[in-house]
Each structure stands twice: as C-alpha cells, then as structure tokens.
Write a protein that binds this ligand. Structure first.
Ligand code: LLP
Length: 436
C-alpha cells in the first residue's frame, strides 16, 4: 500500500496524516477536504536545498506557487528558506499580502498584463522572467523612469520534447512559451535586453515540462542552456550570473511511479551542468530551480465521503463521491491516475473493483477501475498526491463551493482555506436594476 509523508494506519484502522485521524478530519471539517501534511512539505523543501547546495556552490530554490498557493503556505515556504515563483497578478497579490519578501519573488507568464508588470515593478520583485518581445518592449518603457533597474531573466524555449502529457509539455520547439533557441530569437532578446537601461539582465530561464519521471530532459536542457550561455559570451561578451532550469520533477501518484529522488535528480543535473560549464570554460552561474509538484504534490490528500453505489451487472460498479471535476480536474484534463484508499477501513483488503465518479452533472469519472475495501455509503475515501494542481485548479462548476484546506502537523489541524459558503458564490453576482 502506498503511504506518503507522515501517513500511517492508526490503532482504529484509519488513515492518519500528520498525527491526525483522517476520518475525524472529515467529520470536523466536512468533505471534500484538502489535507496538507506540513512535515512532508517541509521535508521536501529541506531535501531540495540540501541535495543541490551540497553539490554546487550557489543554488536558490523557488516554490512554483501555481501548484498550490494560498496565504498560509507562504510563511512555510519562507521559513524553509525557499523563494517563491508566481504566475499571475493574483498569485503575486497573495504572496505580497502574506508578507513574502518581494525581492524573493519571481514573476512568470507568457502574456503578462500591464497591470501585472506594474504591480511587480512597484513591489520590487526579485525577478521578472521575460517571455517575449512585446513584454520586453513594455518593460523598456515602464522601467525608463524608475530609480533602480529591475532584475530580469530571459526565458528560453530550449527545444527539448519532454516525455510527459502533451498538455504539460512546455520546453519543445512548438510552444507558446519563451524565446526560441533554434531560430536565434533568444540571442536577439538578449541583445535588446542588455541595452535597456531600466533592467538588469541576470541570466536565462527554461522549463521543459512537468511530472517528468526521469532526468533525461533536464540533463538535455541543461546542456542546451550551457551552449547558449557560451554563445552569448562569445557573441556579446556577457557572462550571466544566473541560470534557472525551472521545475518538473515528477511524483508518485501510483505505486508503479518511480520518480528519481531529489538527491538523484540533483546528482544527474549538477553532474551534467558542471561538466558542460567546464567544457565551455564558463564560470559557474548561480543555479535557480522552481519545483512545484515535487514540493507539495505528495504532501496533499483529498478526503471524500462515499455516497451512492450503482452496480451494473457484467459492466462495472460506480461509486459516487461528494466532489469531482470541480475539486480535481486532472483526470479529465490529463487522464491523471491516483491512488485511492478507504480511510476508515485501511486494514481491510482493498479488492473490490469500482469506478469512482464525481457528483457533477456530467460523466465526471474521477478514478476508473480502482480497488477499494468493500465500499459502503459513508466511507471516507482518501486520494493521495493531490497537493499540487488540485486546490490550485479548483472551480465552482455547477456552483459547487470550493473545499476547505487544512494543514496538519503533530496531531493538530489548522485551516488554511475555509470552505466557500453559498453566500461566497453570490458575492460578485449583480442583478441589473431593470430586471427587477
Ligand atoms: N516553472 C515554470 C515556468 C512552470 O511553467 C512550471 C509549471 C513550474 C515551474 C513548476 O513545474 P512542476 O515542478 O510543478 O512540474 N496543471 C498541470 C501542470 C502544469 C504545470 C505548468 N508549469 C497538471 O496538473 O499536471
């Protein structure tokens, strides 16, 4: 049985997370419920820093907030010594309001609005990662009158095709993200940026894809990026201070998933990086990483309450839970697979084949053909590895209220996000006067 982080089976035969009984969490906070294991998250943060810093002189790790961002996670990330990556005005606003130091925040996005750029410049963020020529031109204008230059990185599309779902591939040639390496667009971007007085061009950025279960793509992209650093030195005489290689390390959704350990990942990436830098005679730039999923993914569990059971003889048995597409769109979007456990009867054999569906008004199959302990209405189901891109991608489809998020550690559970209320759903609704 796959158990992650601090998960274990307690004396009652229930799943326990962070020393808290999952069945009790379902009673206390209701379901669907996202549960975040604080120790598991902090442990991953420490593993990242230790694995990379023990092998390379200067390393900074940013948490990619897009995977899971709310105000209460910001202090945890800050306390662990990580930086934070944001991908929108909303994420930036959340981080700033939570008191995350602006100079440790990086802003991403392939179509940043003027408002987002303005917010980042006003706050004094640590990096803006520039994605395209329009943005470069806008920044040239917007930074002209500012007292201090804005540090930037330029995002490259290194032309590496990652072995992952096509919708989460980003580094290949055919992508909306970043400046193309093959065509030389990236060199033109570097030339223009290096002549802009209002910005300080610190280096390059790339990100190849997500949920990568081997290190090959990262190693290849590091090699491409070092070649690029060497071309830039040869052509412009610039040696960059920073190289950001993005995120992308995969996690265990199923027992069969065997992603590299953070240590193994660091060993492979740093090995290739230092070999390539030495071969090119380049000084070592600071190495920046921005993992999302591999920091928070395995730390999260979703709890549901099982409702109706429909057995279609000779076909399949459907069991329905009290959430679905709106709290986890990943099965529908990416055919994502998950491990599901009967949290209230963990010691019983999980040998009844069912298909778990949500409760939306459409065929929202969540987990097809999985095995549970003989399902009964009222069971608490625990879905593992939902810490990344679940709460972050949740919606109000069918006017469902988005679930609460709790942080568990040492036998305590604290709310990070309250469950939405029905009034929250109406908060921004307006009925035009003339219709009344
Ligand atoms: N940096 C950049 C520029 C990114 O675009 C991403 C993810 C990351 C870092 C973090 O990647 P990670 O370490 O989490 O793989 N919604 C999809 C995942 C989209 C990932 C987008 N970019 C999913 O649910 O699988």
């Amino acid at each position: 049985m796959l158990l992650l982080g601090t998960q274990r089976v307690n004396e009652a035969g229930h799943l326990e997370i962070g020393g808290v009984d999952a069945v009790q969490l379902a009673v206390d906070f209701g379901t669907p419920l996202y549960v975040m294991d604080e120790v598991a998250l902090r442990t991953r943060c420490r593993e990242y820093l230790a694995a990379f810093r023990s092998r390379y002189p200067r390393v900074e790790v940013s948490f990619a907030g897009k995977a899971f961002l709310c105000s209460g996670i910001c202090p945890v990330i800050r306390q662990e010594g990580l930086r934070l990556d944001v991908a929108s005005g909303g994420e930036l606003y959340t981080a700033l309001r939570a008191g995350f130091p602006a100079d440790r925040i990086s802003l991403h996005g392939n179509n940043k609005s003027l408002e987002e750029l303005e917010m980042a410049l006003d706050a004094g963020v640590g990096h803006i990662i520039v994605d395209n020529f329009l943005e470069l031109g806008r920044l040239a204008e917007m930074t002209r009158e500012r007292p201090a230059p804005q540090p930037i990185l330029i995002r490259a599309a290194p032309g590496i095709d990652p072995h992952t779902h096509r919708r989460i591939s980003t580094g290949q040639v055919d992508t909306k993200f970043g400046f193309d390496v093959g065509s030389g667009a990236i060199l033109e971007a570097v030339r223009r940026a290096s002549e802009m007085p209002g910005v300080k061009l610190l280096g390059l950025h790339c990100h190849v894809g997500s949920q990568l279960l081997d290190t090959e793509c990262h190693e290849d992209s590091v090699a491409v990026m070092v070649d690029l650093l060497a071309s830039i030195r040869d052509r412009f005489g610039i040696q960059f201070e920073e190289l950001n290689i993005g995120g992308g390390l995969g996690i265990r959704y199923l027992p069969s998933h065997q992603p590299p350990s953070v240590d193994g990942f660091a060993e492979a990436v740093i090995g290739r990086l230092t070999a390539a830098l030495d071969a090119a005679g380049l000084e070592y730039p600071a190495l920046l990483l921005e993992p999302g999923r591999s920091l928070v993914g395995e730390a999260g569990v979703t709890l549901y309450t099982l409702g109706g059971i429909k057995a279609i003889p000779g076909v399949r048995t459907y069991v329905s839970v009290d959430g679905g597409l709106s709290d986890n769109p990943r099965p529908a979007l990416y055919e994502a697979k998950y491990t599901v456990l009967t949290a209230n009867r963990m010691n019983e054999p999980h040998d009844t084949r069912v298909t778990v569906s949500g409760k939306h008004c459409e065929t929202d199959v969540l987990f097809p053909d999985i095995d549970l302990a003989d399902p009964q209405p009222g069971d608490t189901l625990a879905v593992l590895s939902t810490g990344a891109y679940n709460y972050a991608m949740a919606s109000n489809y069918n006017r469902f209220r988005r679930p609460a998020v709790v942080l568990v550690a040492d036998g305590h559970a604290d709310l990070l996000v309250e469950r939405e209320s029905y009034d929250d759903l109406l908060k921004n609704d307006r009925i035009p006067e003339r219709l009344l």
